[in-house]
Design a protein around this ligand. Structure first.
Ligand code: NAP
Length: 311
């Protein structure tokens, strides 16, 4: 952890920076590959960790920008098995300004551009980056991967660590891990799916890997609406039930906070939360359908079998 601290960043060099969306999308998401040769990061990061980037320039107070963390999207052995190369999945933050503090002007709805996400998406091969890290010690694969089965849940760029994890489990050195692995990916539209070709290929090549997509804004046949990740689990609970009942199973949740909250409710409603959630006394006697997001945040903790990275 933190072999390279923010007060003494190292220089990485962009190798490539390519779009990784499935189709013509309103979003801009890239697969950014960075060479960290000659730095303490070489061979010293794990999939599931993040690395930091310090964008150039100063913030609105005139202070140098702070470090921003990005999920590592390659296996622990590095991109294409090269321990000096790592990758991530930056998405351009493009929004309108929303007043969040009392001092903010409520009439201000001008364009807001995320500083570091756009900086990274703009970079070209050969450009230098100020890098720190690695960070994170909880959202990791287990020491003996074959001892477990897996449910990976993502929304949007929350898919980043699963690219590396699934490549590591299924295509790493030695035999592919024989465990059952389910990936549930939530996207607004089918064109927003990330690394879709990779996951389709892995599913075709490995009987133990199952790729599910939850498309939220495209009506499904026979319905006027799309579906969220937790709704897909709920709807297909007969299929997911045995996986969730098994003491071997680990759950990984990466992306939006709302996905975590809603999944906890679904697990509890089906009586499947036991191995994954520690429910505080305050909620034990109440119906999980009535749990508020605030109560869940305050009174439910993930067990060591449930890994969570949400914002
Ligand atoms: P996106 O492309 O907008 O996709 C998010 C999807 O999740 C949409 O389909 C959205 O549906 C759906 N959704 C909304 N509420 C949901 C809920 N309660 N349960 C399940 N699905 C729900 O995503 P994005 O812009 O990439 O954002 C991904 C988030 O992950 C960001 O907040 C990012 O910071 C975070 N992230 C975290 C990590 C990490 O912790 N290491 C790594 C990468 C990304 P609708 O929009 O149609 O409602």
């Amino acid at each position: 952890m933190n072999l390279v601290p923010a007060k003494a960043p190292v220089t990485g060099r962009v190798v490539s920076n390519d779009c990784c969306l499935k189709g013509k999308s309103a979003s801009f998401v890239r697969h950014l590959v960075v060479d960290v040769s000659g730095t303490p990061l070489v061979g010293n990061f794990l999939v599931g960790q993040s690395f930091g980037v310090i964008p150039p320039g100063v913030d609105e107070k005139g202070k140098p920008h702070k470090v921003r963390l990005f999920s590592i999207a390659c296996p622990s052995s590095g991109e294409d098995g090269q321990p000096h190369i790592l990758s991530t999945t930056p998405k351009r933050v493009i929004d309108e300004f929303h007043a969040q503090r009392p001092v903010d002007d409520p009439q201000n709805h001008s364009l807001f551009l995320g500083v570091c996400s756009n900086y990274l998406c703009d970079r070209r091969p050969g450009d230098e980056l100020q890098i720190t890290g690695p960070a994170g010690k909880r959202f990791l694969l287990p020491a003996n991967p074959a001892d477990h089965d897996y449910l990976f849940l993502a929304t949007g760029t929350g898919i980043a660590p699963y690219r590396g994890m699934l490549m590591e489990l299924l295509e790493g050195s030695g035999e592919p891990c024989p465990s059952q692995m389910h990936l549930v990916m939530g996207s607004p539209y089918r064109t927003d799916l990330l690394y879709d070709d990779l996951f389709c290929r892995l599913q075709a090549e490995h009987d133990n890997f199952h790729y599910h997509t939850a498309i939220s804004r495209e009506p499904r046949p026979g319905s006027s609406r799309g579906i969220y990740t937790h709704q897909l689990i709920d709807e297909q609970i007969d299929g997911f039930g045995p996986l969730l009942q098994s003491p071997r199973t680990l759950i990984y949740i990466c992306g939006l906070l709302g996905m975590q909250i809603d999944l906890y409710r679904v697990l509890a409603r089906h009586g499947l939360g036991d191995g994954f959630l520690r429910i505080g006394e305050e909620l034990r006697e109440t119906n999980s359908c009535d749990w508020t997001a605030e109560q869940i945040k305050r009174h439910i903790r993930a067990t060591p079998r449930c890994m969570v990275e949400v914002y």
